[in-house]
Design a protein around this ligand. Structure first.
Ligand code: C6P
Length: 424
């Protein structure tokens, strides 16, 4: 159980105008079914969208809608310009070397599957090893199991310790000369653990392995510089960072993307097609078959600009303040067990917990009656639950618009649950 003193003062920088931010999210003013005011703490599942993103999507469909890369007419050129502009905005956001290294997908899941099908299936041989961790989301486990079963590749997992951190002694043993791919999350969605990429990546690189980072929970919450990380592929989703659903990003080093096979065949990804054979377009078109989610990508651009204006350092500082506060306050509620690293600095804005033997779904239900939206379940990370020896947890997760008052609402609702079920 995590026990920390409630920190003095606000770590959140003064320039961070929370009232102004909250005005951009009208949904935060609504009530839930019980009539209670919404306290949205399910941001690891998906964030809310500010009016700027909603307006950008509306503007696209109202004024510029057309298919891209295909038409010489004005609307098509405008739509193409807007879509390609977001490729550059995304490049700058993660400090990728080139805009053509940004591949738009439907989300993190498709991005990881794209690497599995287009790169790993082509370049890994039977007996080669992929190393992942027990902290992965299913989308960074299942594609590798499918490939293992198809291609005779070995798949190994670095175990998680009881405190939700990675067993680095085991990591040093598991990552070796046979490792061809390290597939690792930057931050666990289930526990918030920030994985030690600064230790893991050099281990993998020392053996010439390629590194794929599932950054679905990292890019939305902290500054990420793909060049500084010295990794090869990075995957993330727009909907967890103020953008629309159905948009994701795979960043990869150009040489790797260039060498990859396409995952899907169809329009926009070809150079030539005859009835006998086809040749591929250049990266990234080669990896973006068919009409993409154009309006979604354009909306994502507004989300990136919003976060950029806030400053990702400020976002991280704000969430760290909320996490410290939540760990301290929730840790004081009798019967509550908090999972994951003790120090807020070692986690993102995620607090997974249980209340004695009350099922997390019951916690979620009672909290919803009080307006507090959290996620209860295995969080698509069943190996984490197995390592903790629990079937499920209750999970509160924070974002740019959450406040200490909302953490207080969470704590009051958990206390009410405790009284209802006679725990503590
Ligand atoms: N985690 C959560 O509630 P998609 O669904 O493709 O946008 O993202 C998948 C994914 C991959 N990796 C990590 C670390 C994730 O957290 C997620 C999505 C959500 O935790 C939904 S299960």
């Amino acid at each position: 159980m995590v026990q920390q003193a409630i920190p003095e003062g606000q770590a959140t920088p003064r320039a961070y105008d929370i009232a102004k931010i909250r005005r951009d999210f009208p949904i935060l003013n609504r009530d839930v079914a019980s009539g209670a005011k919404l306290v949205y703490l399910d941001n690891a599942a998906t964030s809310q969208r500010p009016v700027q993103v909603i307006a950008e999507i509306t503007r696209f469909y109202r004024d510029h809608n057309a298919n891209i890369h295909r038409g010489v007419h004005t609307l098509s050129q405008e739509a193409t310009g807007l879509y390609e502009g977001v490729r550059e905005t995304t490049r700058a956001f993660i400090n990728a070397p080139e805009a053509r290294e940004i591949v738009f997908t439907s989300g993190t899941t498709e991005a990881v599957n794209l690497v599995a099908h287009g790169w790993a299936r082509k370049f890994l041989q039977p007996g080669d090893e992929i190393v992942a961790t027990e902290l992965e989301h299913h989308s960074n486990i299942v594609p590798w199991q499918m490939l293992r079963d198809e291609r005779g590749i070995e798949l190994k997992f670095i175990p998680m310790l009881a405190d939700g951190t990675l067993d680095m002694d085991a990591a040093r043993e598991l990552i070796g000369p046979k490792t061809k791919l390290l597939a690792v999350s930057a931050m666990s969605n289930a526990l918030g653990t920030i994985l030690p990429l600064e230790e893991l990546v050099p281990l993998a690189k020392a053996h010439g392995a390629t590194v794929l980072v599932d950054a679905a929970q990292a890019v939305p919450h902290m500054p990420i510089d793909v060049q500084a990380l010295d990794v090869d592929f990075v995957a993330f989703s727009a909907h967890k960072m103020l953008g629309p659903t159905g948009v994701g990003v795979l960043w990869g080093r150009f040489e790797l993307l260039d060498a990859m096979d396409p995952f899907m065949g169809g329009g926009d990804m070809i150079l030539t097609v005859t009835t006998e054979e086809s040749t591929w377009a250049e990266v990234p078109a080669k990896l973006e078959a068919g009409t993409p989610n154009i309006g979604g990508v354009v909306g994502f651009g507004a989300a990136l600009r919003y976060l950029d204006e806030l400053g990702m350092d400020q976002v991280r500082a704000h969430e760290l303040d909320l996490t410290r506060y939540a760990l301290a306050r929730l840790g004081d509620v009798p019967g509550v067990t908090i999972y994951g690293p003790d120090n807020a600095e070692d986690r993102g804005g995620v607090v997974s917990f249980s209340l004695e033997d009350v099922h997390p779904h019951d916690i979620g239900q009672v909290l919803d009656d009080q307006g507090v939206a959290i996620r209860a379940g295995h969080h698509c990370a069943q190996p984490v639950m197995a390592a903790l020896e629990v079937p499920a947890t209750a999970r509160a997760s924070f974002y740019i618009y959450n406040t200490r008052d909302e953490v207080d609402s969470l704590v009051s609702a958990v206390e009410a649950t405790s009284r209802m079920f006679g725990t503590g």
